[in-house]
Design a protein around this ligand. Structure first.
Ligand code: MG
Length: 400
């Protein structure tokens, strides 16, 4: 083969399930060898598209796609300002595509390039949500029946809903929630679930960074008797210094990090062993290149991985999560939202779930492709979601 070089870089925007997804395709001078990456930032998809098409594409054309480390190191400082979303998403898409190319050139799945499998498949956790305790329990039982053994339980989503809100006249529209009522309802929910399910099933809960630090501490302590697998995102990145207080006072396992994009945010948490699971968003922090280093860093400190796996990650991003999962000795758990038949049709080669475990595809690279014609029949809406317009009962705008 002649020396490979990057011939073109393109973004493909698609929303098969109504969630805007951003995919990056890197093409080489060998027509059969191209790579795919996930650059999804649902709420800012056009900004990511511009970052890739207008800025990264001219930076990348003509470069050797196998020099993924050099490209990552030089691309992240190519705008001088760095370490934020949008540019991080754009670079993630490119980086994953380069690893896909590397796998195809090697004739190996990416997990082989990371050292090979430590396990055949990754255990996943699913979401059970319901409007009341009974509805959550029924959803949990249905998931257990399907073979899942780790289940995240929410009542009314993040912050709960259905509480009586006391708002002032003329309050702004928004996604209102009452932190105090939410906290009380979570404790009642898990008391109910453990009573009906016993101790065997692993239960999780996501606070979505919505509580004041002292309330977060109290909730983490009150959840101790219910033996959570972990409590997710107990604090926002702006308040992580409070983690030391929480850690010193309670034994509820903590998982944190989906909003992180700067290594300075996760380094103290790992070094001081303030968390049990790291759960950054690989499609945002810059792709597999920084994620595999973060996984190794965590291994040294006894911290396990739990990469963010929501619906606003493309199947390529999910595949990247799974390849890293099976190759990491310190893998903990993988968040899994389920991939619809429509997604699997547009992205042939999706990772497959059987009996609570997700299996990577064994084809070279990520083992996953995109049917561009079908993808284009599901255009993005570029609408702002309502849930990010979070407000307290007195109308104050707060972090979602
Ligand atoms: Mg979460």
């Amino acid at each position: 083969m002649n020396t490979l070089s990057i011939r073109d870089v393109r973004t493909i925007l698609t929303a098969p399930e109504g969630i805007d997804l951003v995919v990056v395709k890197v093409e080489t001078n060998e027509p059969s060898i191209y790579g795919l990456g996930c650059a999804t930032f649902t709420q800012r998809s056009l900004a990511v598209q511009t970052a890739v098409d207008a800025y990264l594409k001219p930076f990348l054309i003509g470069k050797d796609p196998l020099c993924s480390e050099d490209i990552w190191q030089s691309a992240i400082v190519s705008a001088y300002w760095r370490n934020g979303p949008v540019l991080g998403n754009a670079l993630s898409g490119v980086d994953m595509a380069l690893w896909d190319i590397k796998g195809k050139v090697a004739g190996m799945p990416v997990y082989q390039l990371l050292g090979g499998k430590c396990r055949e498949a990754a255990a996943v956790y699913r979401h059970a949500d319901g409007k009341d305790k009974q509805a959550v329990l029924e959803r949990v039982l249905a998931l257990r029946e399907e073979g899942y053994r780790y289940i995240r339980c929410q009542m009314g989503g993040y912050g709960g809903r259905g509480h009586v809100l006391h708002t002032p006249e003329g309050a702004q529209p928004g996604a209102y929630f009452d932190p105090a009522a939410y906290t009380r309802s979570v404790v009642r929910l898990f008391d109910f679930l453990r009573t009906h399910l016993g101790p065997d099933l692993e239960l999780l809960h996501d606070t979505h960074e919505r509580l004041m630090p002292v309330d977060a501490l109290r909730l983490a302590k009150e959840m101790e008797p219910y033996h959570l697998f972990f409590l997710e995102d107990i604090l926002p990145p702006e308040e992580i210094d409070w983690l030391r207080v929480i850690r010193n006072q309670c034994a509820t396992p903590l998982a944190l990090g989906e909003l992180f994009n700067n290594p300075r945010e996760w380094l103290p948490l790992v070094r001081e062993q303030l968390i049990d699971y790291i759960r950054v968003h690989i499609s945002q922090i810059g792709g597999l290149t920084p994620a595999r280093k973060l996984a190794v860093l965590c291994e040294s400190f006894g911290v396990k991985t739990a990469w963010h796996g929501p619906g606003d990650v493309s199947p390529i991003g999910h595949a990247a999560n799974v390849h890293l999962d099976v190759a990491s000795p310190n893998f903990g758990i993988q968040e899994w939202c389920g991939l619809s038949e429509r997604l699997q049709e547009i992205f042939p080669g999706c990772p497959q779930v059987k009996d609570g475990y997700v299996y990577p595809n064994d084809q070279p690279g990520w083992g996953i492709d995109i049917d561009e014609a079908k993808a284009l029949t599901h255009p993005c809406s570029h609408k702002l979601p309502q849930w990010t317009q979070a407000r307290l009962p007195d109308g104050t705008a707060v972090r979602p």
